[in-house]
Design a protein around this ligand. Structure first.
Ligand code: FEO
Length: 179
C-alpha cells in the first residue's frame, strides 16, 4: 500500500534518475569527442548505474500497486569545457539528488510508510558513495591541472571501470540484480 503523494514523489524521482542517465550519456559523448575514451567509459558505466536506479523505482512502484508515470526527460547540457567541469557538474547534480532522496525519506517517515523508508535506505547509502567518487575525481583533476600526461594517465585508469549493475530488466529488476 502506498499513498498517492508518495506515488507521485517516487515517480518524480524515477524521472530524475533517468535524467541523470541522460546527463552522463551527454558527458560520455563529450569525453569521446575530446579523445578521452576512458572518461567516456566511466560516464557510460555511470549511465547504466542511473538506469538501474530508475528501474528500482519502477519495480518498487509496481510492487506497491502504485501507477508508474513516464514523463518527458529534460534535455541535458551538450557541451562541457573540460573533464574537471564535467565532474564539478556531476558532483553538483549528485548533491541535488541526495537532497531529493532525503526529502523522500522525510516524506516516508512523516507518512509512517515503513516499506518505502526501508526501500529508500539503499539510495541514502548509494548517494554517499556517489558523492565520494566525484570528490575523489575532482581532487585528482585539480592535481593534474593542465598536464596532458596526467590527464591521459587518468584516462587510461578510467577505461578499466566495469559495469557492475544489471542492464537487462526484461525479467524484472530484482531477478536481474540477483544473477
Ligand atoms: Fe541515481 Fe547518481 O544518483
Amino acid at each position: 500500500m502506498i499513498s498517492d503523494q508518495m506515488t507521485a514523489a517516487l515517480n518524480a524521482q524515477m524521472n530524475r534518475e533517468m535524467y541523470s542517465a541522460y546527463l552522463y550519456m551527454a558527458m560520455s559523448s563529450q569525453a569521446n569527442a575530446m579523445g578521452l575514451k576512458g572518461f567516456a567509459n566511466w560516464f557510460m558505466v555511470q549511465y547504466h548505474e542511473e538506469m538501474f536506479h530508475a528501474m528500482k523505482f519502477y519495480e518498487y512502484l509496481h510492487s506497491q500497486g502504485g501507477a508508474v508515470e513516464l514523463k518527458a526527460i529534460d534535455e541535458p547540457p551538450a557541451r562541457f569545457a573540460s573533464a574537471l567541469e564535467m565532474f564539478t557538474k556531476t558532483l553538483e547534480h549528485e548533491q541535488f539528488v541526495t537532497r531529493c532522496i532525503n526529502d523522500l525519506m522525510d516524506l516516508a517517515i512523516a507518512g509512517k510508510d515503513h516499506a518505502t523508508r526501508i526501500f529508500l535506505q539503499w539510495y541514502v547509502s548509494e548517494q554517499v558513495e556517489e558523492e565520494e567518487n566525484d570528490n575523489d575525481m575532482i581532487a585528482q583533476l585539480k592535481l593534474i591541472k593542465d598536464n596532458p600526461h596526467g590527464l591521459l594517465m587518468l584516462d587510461r585508469e578510467l577505461a578499466g571501470r566495469a559495469t557492475t549493475v544489471p542492464t537487462d530488466f526484461s525479467k524484472g529488476v530484482s531477478a536481474a540484480a540477483a544473477v
